[in-house]
Design a protein around this ligand. Structure first.
Ligand code: DAH
Length: 340
């Protein structure tokens, strides 16, 4: 029996030497010291021995058990330490490694253009206002002196939602809203999206942006219109920019005009950008038609006003030399990133 005990001890020692994982070590513990383990079985069989034999064998068995327990414990500790070290190695942070670049978003060229134009007008005392993209037919047409037979009301130009509701074709709708809501003095600009049934090509898009302007006060004249818009052009395109006002027609202004700016590319000599003319058409404008002021119950004997409207895409295309309007809506980062 004593020989058996020594054999168990030697075997356990040999096996533990080979062990490389906690699970393996535990397996040995169960095989030797577990309920059905080899050593446990021997201890159980000791009842059959004579009292003397039981005493000496018992002593040896206890010693063997203590030794195996000791061996197991140190093996467990050794393996746990090794596992921890391996984990530390795995989680080690290399503080000398260079950081990853954070990619910051950039503003869309149309946003940049709207902000730039808005800043110029804000510096001249204009407030910024907005109106909805889904509008009433009244705010888009009737209220702007475009009666039932006006060609712009044709189904081919306008996205109608119902007989009375449409997607606004111009930011001039905000003129009507402002006149109904506010009392003079009024001095606002209104940037926003507009919609027209146009087939997309290099210069047309069914969705585009405009910036509207409206000034109403006592004693406003065409000279205020010209002075304001000339100053705007010089601030946006450079101080040497010249402006020219050509007679035009809009239902909501009388008289009406279109403003051209001298070509900022060639300075007026004629180039590809201005198509050889030296001038670039930039906006529509005019003195607010009395019929429009009346919609807002404004005393047309006392007050006059001027209004203007420009296409944001057109300004952006000219400023940045973009040749296809569709580029603005594709959101190709190679395009967008150029406006950082
Ligand atoms: N709403 C016009 C358009 O879409 C632009 C315009 C012209 C606006 C003259 C105005 C204006 O306020 O006075 O073509």
């Amino acid at each position: 029996m004593q020989a058996q005990l020594n054999k168990i001890l030697e075997e356990a020692k040999a096996q533990l030497k080979e062990v490389s994982s906690l699970a393996q070590a535990d397996e040995i513990r169960v095989k030797v010291l577990g309920k059905k383990g080899k050593l446990t079985e021997i201890l159980r069989g000791m009842g059959k021995l004579s009292p003397e034999e039981r005493k000496t064998t018992g002593q040896i068995a206890n010693k063997v058990r203590a030794e195996i327990e000791q061996l197991l414990e140190s093996k467990f500790n050794e393996l746990k330490k090794a596992a921890k070290e391996a984990q530390f190695k795995l989680e080690k942070i290399d503080v000398t490694e260079p950081g990853k670049d954070i990619i910051l978003g950039v503003k869309h060229p149309l946003t940049i253009t709207i902000e730039e134009i808005s800043r110029v007008f804000m510096n001249m005392g204009f407030a910024i206002t907005e109106g909805p993209e889904v509008e009433t037919v009244f705010n888009n047409f009737d209220g702007l002196n475009a009666g039932p037979n006006h060609p712009a009301r044709d189904m081919t130009d306008t996205f109608y939602i119902t007989d009375d509701i449409l997607l606004r074709t111009q930011t001039s709708t905000v003129q009507v809203r402002t006149l109904l809501k506010e009392k003079p003095p009024i001095k606002v600009i209104a940037p926003g999206r507009c919609f027209r049934c146009d087939t997309p090509d290099a210069t047309h898009s069914p969705m585009f942006h405009q910036i509207e302007g409206l000034v109403v006060d006592e004693g406003i004249t065409m000279a205020d219109l010209k002075g304001t818009l000339d100053s705007f052009a010089k601030q946006l395109f450079g101080t040497s920019t010249k402006t020219k006002f050509r007679p035009h027609h809009f239902p909501f202004t009388e008289p009406s005009a279109e403003m051209d700016v001298s070509c900022f590319k060639c300075g007026g000599k004629g180039c590809k950008v201005c198509k050889g003319s030296g001038w670039i058409e930039i906006l529509g404008c005019g003195m607010v038609h009395p019929n429009v002021l009346k919609v807002g119950n404004i005393d047309t004997e006392k007050y006059t006003g001027f209004a203007f409207g420009m296409g944001v895409e057109r300004v952006a295309m000219l400023k940045y030399g973009v040749e296809d309007i569709r580029l603005f809506y594709e959101n190709d980062m190679r395009f967008i990133n150029q406006f950082k």
